[in-house]
Design a protein around this ligand. Structure first.
Ligand code: SF4
Ligand code: SF4
Length: 83
């Protein structure tokens, strides 16, 4: 499983600073204040990013609320991963 970043993200980058495997990146283009995304194949599900997020934007994939389900795909797609 993986954690995913949803549209609740405010894009300040705190999650990327705590990820122990470096699998969170800002999207493109960087100079346009992009959303952040988690690489679903690299994430080790440690949960540290979720604890660091002040906006409750990060969820374990299996627990993403219904109204945010469409955001799961964005994480996979950003890294060219097939779900
Ligand atoms: S910590 Fe939360 S709000 Fe900040 S960039 Fe990460 S997902 Fe977005
Ligand atoms: S759950 Fe852990 S490994 Fe996965 S993105 Fe968050 S901090 Fe990184």
């Amino acid at each position: 499983m993986t954690h995913v970043i949803t549209g609740l993200c405010n894009r300040h980058g705190g999650c990327a600073e705590v990820c122990p495997v470096g699998c969170i990146q800002a999207g493109n283009p960087p100079d346009e204040w992009p959303y952040y995304y988690i690489d679903p194949l690299a994430c080790i599900d440690c949960g540290l990013c979720r604890l660091a997020c002040p906006y409750n934007a990060i969820w374990p994939e299996a627990e993403v609320p219904d109204f945010l389900l469409a955001d799961i795909h964005a994480n996979y797609a950003y890294y060219g991963r097939v779900k």
